[in-house]
Design a protein around this ligand. Structure first.
Ligand SMILES: Cc1cc2nc3c(=O)[nH]c(=O)nc-3n(C[C@H](O)[C@H](O)[C@H](O)COP(=O)(O)O)c2cc1C
Length: 193
């Protein structure tokens, strides 16, 4: 499985980066998984202003600034979107990046890892809906993380207390990644058939 971990915040001093590093490190422990961190800071894009919805535009002309993002996403088999909650939703920069996607997500599984005062749960609900409409196969499992600032250090290492909690974020992430891999293998087989 080629897995992209997407950093959904580009804010200065963002906490999402360390959450994404945590996800990346856990995914790298799995067999048969190649992980790439896709940081939206590295993919600066204008706000989408294409004349027709990208999915329905056979003559689509893609902005040169957007191409690296689409190419990076097209290479992947599965996605973990790591997002904070901004005003009960996802950051505009993440929504804009998703609005450019078409075939890159098609028939591929995706999950969400979020944080915020209620674990980013409201952002997750919205993001799952957005990803589903964007043709990803959104899996049921997700991770809503409370207490990220103290729970994970800047290198993405989870605190020992949280790591040991059988109902904590480590357990939730393990389940989500295991399920993602299951769907990824099944869907890759189906896409290739
Ligand atoms: C514009 C903005 C809106 C926010 N709205 C919410 C919110 O609705 N719910 C919440 O739990 N946290 C909210 N927060 C707090 C963020 O979850 C917190 O700052 C988090 O660290 C943001 O992720 P980031 O540091 O990766 O950008 C908001 C933060 C910002 C900057």
């Amino acid at each position: 499985m080629k897995l992209a971990v997407i950093v959904g915040s580009t804010r200065q001093n963002r906490l999402t980066l360390k959450q994404a590093k945590w996800v990346q490190a856990e995914a790298e422990k799995m067999d048969d998984v190649e992980v790439k961190l896709l940081d939206l800071q590295d993919f600066p894009m204008p706000f989408l202003d294409e004349p027709i919805s990208p999915r329905y535009n056979p003559d689509r002309k893609i902005d040169d600034q957007v191409k690296p993002w689409l190419e990076a996403m097209a290479e992947q088999d599965a996605f973990v979107f790591v997002t904070p909650e901004y005003n009960h939703s996802i950051p505009g920069v993440l929504k804009n990046a998703i609005d450019y996607l078409t075939s890159e997500l098609n028939h591929k599984p995706a999950t969400v890892v979020s944080h915020g005062t209620v674990g980013g749960a409201r952002a997750t609900v919205q993001l799952k809906e957005i990803l589903s409409e964007s043709r990803a196969v959104v899996i049921p499992q997700q991770v809503a993380f409370l207490g990220l600032s103290e729970g994970v250090d800047d290198d993405g290492k989870l605190s020992d207390t949280l790591a040991a909690n059988p109902y904590g974020p480590a357990a939730a992430l393990k389940t989500a990644l295991t399920e993602l891999k299951w769907y990824s293998d099944a869907l890759a087989k189906a896409r290739n058939a």
